[in-house]
Design a protein around this ligand. Structure first.
Ligand code: BEZ
Length: 252
């Protein structure tokens, strides 16, 4: 998905994305592993963590804006601009890690991405990641769809949130073996009085292309936010109804 990121705002206001990535890092078996790729590294914050774990890491991302921040903040880490569905590396690596990226890739492009992951791993290499899983942001997308339809537009769901069964089958078709899979709810605080509106404006972009009118876009967002208040606003705080899919697979 080609999105121009406001990478400064993303890094400042949505740092929880990489903070939650710490739990995923714990799935990595450090023994014998020396090299790693952070696939969809964004601002590089988790590439830094991989490096601090003693791994020789390369960050890969398709966003020049995000890579600009990553290169400035972590000049000792190589960052490469490439698409997750077509990347390749000169030497296979022991670990491919990814956090909060794969749901941005359309379902029909996932097999290509997984094929490139498998090809970039050494035998015994580990594929460890987290993404939005089945049911992720169900309430948010439901209210956005309703608001779009009230205004005469149709809402195209821009993300892929698979179940454990569906995604494990794809991973295994790409030549890796799933050894761990967990699908779990993780309501996540969205900071600030406009936390949910701000999250929608940052992350839900492509459905609004059909609207193409700033006032209508603002009305759709504010109606959806107000309708979500009973479910997602508690004790003065907004929450996102995140569901995470966390998986570890190995290349035999
Ligand atoms: C997620 O991490 O689940 C996510 C973030 C932004 C948009 C959609 C999903």
């Amino acid at each position: 998905m080609n999105i121009t990121w406001d990478a400064e705002k993303y890094t400042k206001e949505f740092s929880f994305v990489h903070q939650y990535g710490n739990g995923v890092l714990e799935l990595i078996d450090r023994e014998k592993a020396k090299t790693a790729i952070d696939l969809g590294c964004g601002n590089g914050a988790l590439s830094r963590k991989l490096k601090d774990m003693g791994l020789d890491v390369i960050g890969i991302d398709s966003s020049p804006e995000q890579l600009g921040i990553a290169r400035k903040d972590y000049p000792d880490i190589p960052f490469i601009e490439a698409d997750a569905t077509s990347f390749s590396v000169d030497d296979p690596v022991d670990i491919i890690f990814s956090n909060a990226v794969f749901h941005w890739i359309d379902k029909d492009r996932q097999p290509d991405m997984l094929k490139h992951v498998s090809e970039a791993l050494t035998p015994g290499g580990q594929f460890v990641f987290e993404m939005g899983g089945y049911g992720n942001n169900r309430l948010i997308h439901r209210e956005l769809r309703k608001a779009f339809e009230r205004h005469g537009y149709s809402y195209r769901m821009p993300f892929y949130f698979p179940s454990i069964g569906e995604y494990s089958a794809m991973i295994e078709s790409a030549g890796m073996l799933v050894t761990y899979a967990f699908l779990f709810d993780r309501p996540t605080e969205l900071r600030g009085d406009d936390g949910l509106g701000s999250w929608i404006r940052m992350f839900i972009r492509t459905p609004f292309i059909v609207v193409n009118d700033a006032d209508k876009e603002a009305a759709i967002i504010s109606e959806a936010v107000e309708n979500l208040r009973p479910d997602l606003y508690h004790d003065g705080r907004w929450y996102s109804d995140y569901v995470r899919l966390r998986i570890k697979a190995v290349k035999p």
